[in-house]
Ligand binder design. Structure first.
Ligand SMILES: [Zn+2]
Length: 235
């Protein structure tokens, strides 16, 4: 297995914060926060949101340094790079970014990818199945305050937020998620139920539960009636 670490997180000529160093593990697959929240891909989307053109992003992203502090993120892209021996001017940046911005990008990206048409009913009213592209499937478990998913992205994101107290604080304060892990399958469930935020979801969840309980009561009741009729026939 090739051990891959984003250069932006591991530049040898840069002195990263102690918090950043604490996020780096010997086993790169355990760099959950760096891989899932402060990834190059999410940084590209942030730059795009700030009006960078695709060409400007392409020219600069490989030269980015992303340093994660306890409360904030530092992003640096130089104004000049050396390409084939000559100094080339590119669009640079050197600034601190709120972790809330990275959390928002995660939410936006998961929402854009969420497809309610890939869901199927599960074995119970509070369960749904999400179909992947390669025939794999994931189980979604619905409870009043959260939805969980059995996919890798969900467990990776959950561990990422466990590594970063400030990021989880922003996730909880976010009016859309209120702490819900922003996984595309979970947002697909929201879309499926007609919810655009956690508050809508909780309302839709209770409606769904009530409908199920009513239905259950009705079938139990008609079952009792049938039984009674049968008994009357017998006697
Ligand atoms: Zn999932």
């Amino acid at each position: 297995m090739t051990k891959f670490s984003a250069k932006a997180h591991t530049r040898t000529d840069y002195n990263y914060s102690n918090f950043h160093k604490s996020l780096l593990h010997e086993n790169n697959s355990e760099d959950y926060a760096l891989r899932h929240i402060y990834s190059l891909e999410n940084t590209k989307h942030l730059l795009e949101k700030w009006g960078w053109t695709p060409d400007q992003i392409k020219a600069g992203i490989d030269h980015a340094t992303i340093d994660i502090y306890e409360k904030i993120v530092y992003l640096h892209i130089p104004n000049f790079i050396i390409k084939r021996g000559s100094r080339l001017r590119i669009r640079g940046i050197s600034r601190f970014i709120s972790k809330a911005d990275y959390v928002q990008i995660l939410i936006d990206r998961a929402w854009a990818k969420a497809d309610p048409y890939k869901l199927q009913p599960g074995s119970d009213w509070n369960e749904l199945i999400a179909m992947g592209n390669t025939g794999d499937f994931y189980e979604l478990n619905l409870t009043l305050h959260e939805i969980t998913c059995t996919c890798h992205a969900y467990s990776g994101l959950k561990k990422a937020f466990e590594q970063d107290a400030t990021a989880i604080k922003h996730l909880i304060a976010n009016p859309i998620t209120q702490g819900q892990i922003p996984d595309k399958h979970i947002f697909a469930v929201w879309k499926y139920l007609g919810a655009e935020c956690q508050r809508h979801y909780e309302y839709q969840f209770m409606e769904r539960r009530d409908r199920f309980l009513e239905e259950k009561q009705r079938t139990e009741w008609s079952f009792d009636e049938e039984e009674k009729e049968e008994l009357e026939i017998e006697f």
